[in-house]
Ligand binder design. Structure first.
Ligand SMILES: Nc1ncnc2c1ncn2[C@@H]1O[C@H](COP(=O)(O)OP(=O)(O)OP(=O)(O)O)[C@@H](O)[C@H]1O
Ligand SMILES: [Mg+2]
Length: 238
């Protein structure tokens, strides 16, 4: 489970990027967070990962306060960033092996890696080539394969479908649904209303660091999500 309680981040320059944010992502749930550029989505993810300290409030991963136990909390989460960091001189296999061992997993075979790489739809001729020349989508897929192999109960994704071709985007979402069905908590920031609508169990809108709208799939039935989003962004100040 992922949870924030009054999570707040004021950057050093005084900018309030996340403002008393409280929400939960239960096991077996996909939470999609929308919001304008600069609304605080990436900051929220960075707070979960303890890349930056909160000014106030708490982020919890499996009930573990990420500022109190940063290392232990990371055992229970996988992160797929918008710009997946890879070792350029390593192949897909080598990156997967490196990051898997870094996450403390041992005893995985090349067949396990191949299975993960196939499941994310990375083309087989890339398995053994250096990741330096991978396209954005290929990097994204490898990042997701790393997350799949880690098999953590929680997964954070920052705009995972941005830059993916339509088929790859769909495949990625199918994988997230599979992870959700395995009981994982999935939190993603996205601008892709059309696709997220199909898979989200809960949808949140962030505006100026605050959660201004939170609805379940059921509550959204019959709603036009794009229309709702525009309404919230235009009309309801604050
Ligand atoms: N290191 C920083 N120092 C000061 N301000 C920052 C810093 N990082 C982000 N911000 C500000 O915090 C706000 C939230 O940024 P954030 O990256 O969380 O937005 P976002 O919702 O992820 O936007 P996008 O959709 O464009 O990715 C923005 O106004 C941004 O300028
Ligand atoms: Mg962002």
């Amino acid at each position: 489970m992922l949870e924030t309680i009054n999570l707040t981040k004021k950057y050093e320059d005084g900018h309030l990027a996340v403002d008393h944010l409280s929400f939960k992502v239960e096991p077996g749930e996909i939470f999609c967070m929308f919001g304008a550029n600069g609304a605080g989505k990436t900051t929220t993810i960075n707070l979960f990962l303890n890349f930056i300290p909160p000014t106030e409030g708490t982020a919890l991963i499996e009930g573990i306060d990420v500022t109190k136990e940063p290392l232990r909390s990371k055992d229970f989460v996988s992160f797929v960033s918008e710009n997946v960091m890879l070792y350029g001189s390593f192949s897909a296999y080598q990156n997967l092996d490196y990051f898997t061992k870094l996450a403390g997993k041992r005893g995985l075979t090349k067949a396990d890696y191949a299975r993960a790489l196939k499941s994310v739809g990375l083309q087989e001729d890339a398995f053994n080539t250096r990741s330096r020349n991978y396209s954005k989508g290929m990097r994204q897929k490898l990042g997701l394969a790393i997350a799949i192999i880690k098999d953590a109960p929680n997964i954070l994704l920052d705009e995972p479908t941005s830059g993916l071709d339509p088929k790859s985007g769909q495949e990625l979402l199918n994988l997230l649904v599979k992870m959700r069905d395995q009981g994982k908590s999935v939190f993603m920031s996205t601008h892709d209303i059309f696709r997220a609508k199909l898979i989200a169990d809960r949808v949140g809108f962030m505006k100026k660091g605050r959660l201004v709208m939170l609805k379940t799939r059921k509550e959204l039935e019959g709603e036009d999500l794009t229309e709702l989003y525009i309404q919230y962004m235009e009309e309801r100040e604050g």
